[in-house]
Design a protein around this ligand. Structure first.
Ligand SMILES: [Zn+2]
Length: 66
């Protein structure tokens, strides 16, 4: 009975750790994306990578610069 309980607690602990670790990794990935600044290939303005428009492997700040 005690062994069963330990196994259940162990499984919950492992699952919880995996879930928590995945959550932290996701947060870090999002943070890097927001912090990354890329230069507009047309006007030279720096914009967040998530806001930039990508065309032919080059970054642009807005549609006007495409
Ligand atoms: Zn631009």
């Amino acid at each position: 009975m005690i062994v069963k309980l330990l196994v259940i607690v162990g499984v919950i602990y492992v699952v919880y750790n995996l879930y928590f670790k995945t959550k932290i990794d996701n947060t870090q990935d999002k943070g890097e994306e927001v912090d990354t600044m890329v230069k507009c290939s047309n006007c030279g303005v720096y914009v967040a990578k998530s806001d930039a428009i990508v065309k032919s492997d080059k970054y642009y700040c807005s549609k006007e610069c495409l």
